[in-house]
Design a binder for this molecule. Structure first.
Ligand SMILES: [Fe+2]
Length: 280
């Protein structure tokens, strides 16, 4: 499969910013479009997607693959996703390491899996099937979680790493999700970062969240907090300057605010001596 480029610093493509992007051509290296918003033929979303794609590289990010479910893969969804990828020609396509429903019911949430050998076998086989169908490697993202399974007999990062290896897929490492889940489950976020194989990570996510004291909810409705920036610095140190983007899904500010926030990621990444820069 073809080598995947490093895109630099990007933003999530949001409806609120369509016009502003076209008018102001912001200092953004690329956009991440939510696949599900563009699966219906025709209409305004595809119109804007095509126009913005003409000016910027893009990646597709989905929430409906439900790779961990025991339901059969949704062939209709995969077919539509493949057609969209043919239209957009994204640098890559990603979704989440989770399940979103079972018995034909979509619960519209990203649920964690039990971290077991059986789940690794199940998910890895399905990822291979998806990759064969789409004709490309996919990226799987670590989700934020609030509950865990008693059956789990390994760490989440080992589970993710093993699936990536057996399925020969790539990883979208969400730094905020690592922070959120580490807080909620009481594990060490640094250990998570160190447990992920360097050669599998092609993209990073950053986002804000809501701290409720006893737990954190992954709301994507606020600026990124300093401890997540610190964890991002640690991440860049390990993985190098991997394509990085900010997700904002609620309480969406003007585009210029997000471009400024993205500058902070640029500054941090530029200040970190990576394994690559030290070697060069
Ligand atoms: Fe994310």
């Amino acid at each position: 499969m073809a080598d995947i480029p490093d895109l630099g610093f990007g933003l999530g493509l949001r409806t609120d910013h369509y016009e502003e992007i076209l008018e102001s051509r912001p200092r953004v290296g690329w956009f991440e479009a939510l696949s599900e918003n563009y699966l219906v033929a025709g209409g305004k979303p595809l119109h804007y997607l095509d126009r913005i794609r003409a000016d910027y590289p893009m990646v597709l990010h989905g929430v409906s693959l439900s790779i961990g479910s025991t339901d059969p893969l949704d062939r209709g969804y995969l077919k539509a996703l493949k057609a969209l990828a043919g239209r957009v020609e994204p640098a890559w396509v990603s979704d989440h390491l989770c399940w979103t429903g079972v018995s034909g019911k979509n619960l519209h949430d990203l649920f964690p899996l039990p971290y077991t050998e059986a789940a690794i076998n199940h998910v890895a086989a399905r990822v291979r099937e998806v990759q064969d169908f789409l004709g490309r490697q996919i990226l799987l993202e670590n989700v934020s979680s609030y509950v865990s399974f008693r059956q789990s007999d390994m760490e989440e990062w080992d589970f993710l790493a093993e699936i990536a290896k057996r399925a020969d897929c790539l990883i979208l490492l969400d730094v905020n999700n690592v922070y959120v889940s580490a807080f909620n489950h009481g594990y060490d976020a640094q250990a998570y970062i160190e447990g992920i194989p360097v050669d599998r990570v092609r993209q990073l996510h950053l986002a804000g969240h809501s701290n409720c004291g006893s737990h954190i909810i992954d709301t994507h409705d606020a600026p990124i907090i300093d401890p997540v920036w610190d964890l991002y610095a640690t991440t860049v140190k390990r993985f190098g300057n991997v394509a990085t983007m900010i997700e904002r899904d609620d309480n969406i500010p003007p585009l210029t605010d997000l471009v400024d926030e993205l500058d902070q990621a640029r500054r941090i990444a530029a200040s970190i001596p990576t394994a690559e820069s030290v070697a060069a």
